[in-house]
Ligand binder design. Structure first.
Ligand SMILES: CC(C)(COP(=O)(O)OP(=O)(O)OC[C@H]1O[C@@H](n2cnc3c(N)ncnc32)[C@H](O)[C@@H]1OP(=O)(O)O)[C@@H](O)C(=O)NCCC(=O)NCCS
Length: 178
């Protein structure tokens, strides 16, 4: 059996995939904003932020699934505050929910002024990854996610609502293409 459900364990190819807690794959990245990554106003390029979001989110997804992963979709992304040249950009990711072969990862981006220590929330993004089998490169089942805290449970619930919208959009897009 290939598919998993959210719970503490699920069957895959006759074996049992043990659930993993959110904390096992939580990831973080940070870097200093250098001139090559800024626009003419000295603000970090939005495209560079999106690249970092994809990388830190993939880290959490591949740690959770112990698999190669591909980005299936990125939800709406907005920039609440700019990140300035010389500031530190900090990205934190965690798996919000797993489905069968896919995982929604939430990413929060902060800027930190190293002179004052002030931290600002810049961006929140949700990225969906699909785990691929190493050899066939087809989607493979991922371990269930064990959610413990009230915050993890809230994220898990909200990820369910986002998935409905996301897959509805995918269906619409596919129909237009056909
Ligand atoms: C993502 C991809 C593997 C899905 O393959 P597919 O043949 O459409 O697979 P399926 O329809 O069987 O779906 C597999 C999983 O992907 C999910 N999925 C597919 N498209 C999705 C989308 N747009 N958003 C969110 N999830 C999506 C499905 O819900 C399913 O998840 P589940 O098993 O947890 O229910 C395939 O479209 C792909 O390889 N895309 C290119 C990925 C890539 O190159 N990314 C880098 C950026 S260009």
């Amino acid at each position: 059996m290939k598919r998993t459900r959210s719970g503490n364990s699920a069957k895959a190819d006759g074996g049992v995939i043990k659930g993993k807690p959110v904390s096992a794959s939580r990831s973080e990245m940070s870097e200093v904003v250098l001139p090559a990554e800024t626009n003419l106003l000295g603000k970090l390029l939005g495209g560079h932020v999106m690249h970092l979001v994809d990388v830190v989110a993939a880290m959490a997804a591949s740690r959770h699934s112990n698999s190669y992963v591909v980005t299936a979709s990125v939800d709406y992304i907005d920039f609440r505050n700019a990140v300035n040249l010389g500031e530190i950009v900090i990205l934190m990711s965690q798996v919000n929910r797993v489905f069968s072969t896919s995982m929604e990862v939430g990413v929060k981006v902060y800027s930190e002024n190293p002179l004052t220590g002030e931290r600002k929330h810049t961006t929140t993004a949700y990225v969906t990854f699909v785990a691929l089998d190493e050899f066939s490169k087809t989607p493979r089942a991922v371990p269930p996610l064990i959610v413990k805290t009230a915050e993890e449970k809230r994220r898990w619930r909200e990820a369910g609502a986002r998935r409905k919208y996301r897959l509805a959009m995918r269906f619409k897009k596919r129909n237009r293409e056909e």
